[in-house]
Unconditional design. Structure first.
Ligand SMILES: C[S@@+](CC[C@H](N)C(=O)[O-])C[C@H]1O[C@@H](n2cnc3c(N)ncnc32)[C@H](O)[C@@H]1O
Length: 390
């Protein structure tokens, strides 16, 4: 067997598959055809696996997802798929893949995995690939994934380059920064099905904002990312569209800013400063004159008094877990957020082991509890709605 139709794979963190699929559906109408006009194709059905979704999509359409998807890890182009049980056959099949037509003589970084297969020796798979393509293995360069599972080999080309959580902003980080795609996932779950008109009246506040990831992700959640470079922009096999300096203006959308205002606090004055610096680099679509309204202050969540923010308020945060940086007990954090800010919704990303403690801490209605792996820690995104308390 080999590929009968073009395929792409949208790789996601475990558990993010359905949210990534929702994002793809939202982005779909914005994608362009090779002449730079909105395309008219229907989104084909995707096939889910753990950690991603495979779509029968041509590479030109697939690579554009890099601009739009906030929760994904990478977008891969499938180059071939075949059954293989021995190394000579692997060599023969790899040799037939015309890698040079995609990436010229750029260095390649091989990403190899093998499971439940006769070819279990990852080092030898690498050597076979390097020989077949006449390209030495490198620690840098374009990633080519060779994955053999149950004797079925997938060869895929990474179209993203740097991991998609890297947005090209946030040059400064705190001690336990949140990956941008995890922040985007939490924000999308917090927003749920809320209408844009409703959201535009809501202030979003992160009382322990660190480097400001939630705030910058929230402001750009509906904006495509044209600021950074993606690997596919150097590929030889794609139409020239993305090589034009002003290519982004072909996307005629004017993205909205989801929330009315964005407010951050951090105990550490230096972190508040880092946030301010990072947020000053946030930009939306090149043709958009809109500017998000950010405000960041130094402040202790546990300082005396309550604060009133005009209009509706939602709070989101990933407080210190005590694993990498010390922090107050997390049930106290939740209680204090409710007492101090009286928000309409609260979303916290916390270790799974404190989930019961937090459930017992408030009579507010828990509307979501989702597993999220954050920096190797088994966490839960917990979202409460407090309207019932009013
Ligand atoms: C896990 S970090 C947040 C990371 C952030 N989401 C990011 O992406 O950079 C937690 C932050 O809470 C801050 N913090 C700890 N105790 C606090 C308190 N009592 N009030 C406000 N901020 C606090 C720390 O300084 C730290 O920057």
């Amino acid at each position: 067997m080999s590929l009968k139709e073009p395929l792409c794979f949208v790789s996601t963190p475990l558990g993010f598959e359905s949210e990534a699929e929702r994002e793809i559906k939202e982005a779909w109408p914005e994608l362009l055809d090779a002449s730079g006009r909105p395309h008219s194709a229907m989104l084909p059905e995707g096939e889910w696996t753990k950690g991603g979704i495979e779509y029968p999509l041509d590479p030109f359409t697939a690579v554009q997802l890099n601009f739009f998807l906030k929760t994904a890890n990478r977008i891969l182009i499938r180059l071939d798929r075949f059954k293989v049980r021995d190394f000579p056959k692997l060599h023969e099949r790899l040799r037939k893949i015309d890698l040079k037509s995609w990436i010229g003589s750029a260095p390649i970084r091989f990403e190899v995995s093998a499971a439940k297969s006769r070819l279990g020796h990852e080092g030898r798979i690498r050597e076979t690939a390097a020989k077949a393509w006449g390209i030495p293995q490198s620690d840098t360069g374009v990633r080519v994934f060779i994955r053999i599972q149950d004797d079925l080999c997938d060869v895929s080309l990474d179209s993203s380059g740097e991991h998609l959580h890297k947005r090209g902003v946030h040059t400064l980080r705190g001690e336990a920064p949140l990956r941008e795609n995890i922040a985007a996932f939490c924000l999308r779950r917090l927003i749920g099905d809320s209408a844009p008109g409703e959201l535009s009246k809501i202030t979003l506040l992160d009382p322990m904002c660190g480097s400001g990831t939630f705030l910058s992700e929230a402001a750009t959640l509906w904006s495509p990312l044209f600021k950074r470079h993606f690997a596919f922009q150097d590929f030889g096999r794609l139409p020239k569209l993305f090589k034009q300096p002003q290519f982004a203006t072909n996307y005629r959308m004017t993205p909205a800013i989801p929330f009315r205002r964005f407010i951050g606090f951090d105990l550490e004055a230096k972190m508040a400063e880092v946030s301010r610096k990072n947020l000053s680099e946030v930009s939306l679509h090149p043709s958009s004159a809109a500017k998000p309204s950010f405000e960041v202050h130094q402040g202790d969540l546990f300082s005396e008094g309550t604060e009133k923010i005009e209009g509706k308020l939602w709070v989101i945060s990933n407080p210190p877990y005590g694993e990498r940086i010390e922090g107050p007990p997390l049930d106290q954090v939740l209680k204090q957020i409710l007492r101090k800010w009286n928000p309409d919704r609260v979303a916290l990303l916390v270790p799974a082991k404190v989930s019961s403690l937090l459930k017992a801490a408030t009579p507010a209605r828990l509307i979501e509890e989702k597993p999220v792996l954050n920096g190797g820690i088994d966490c839960r995104l917990m979202i409460w709605e407090t309207a019932v308390l009013a």
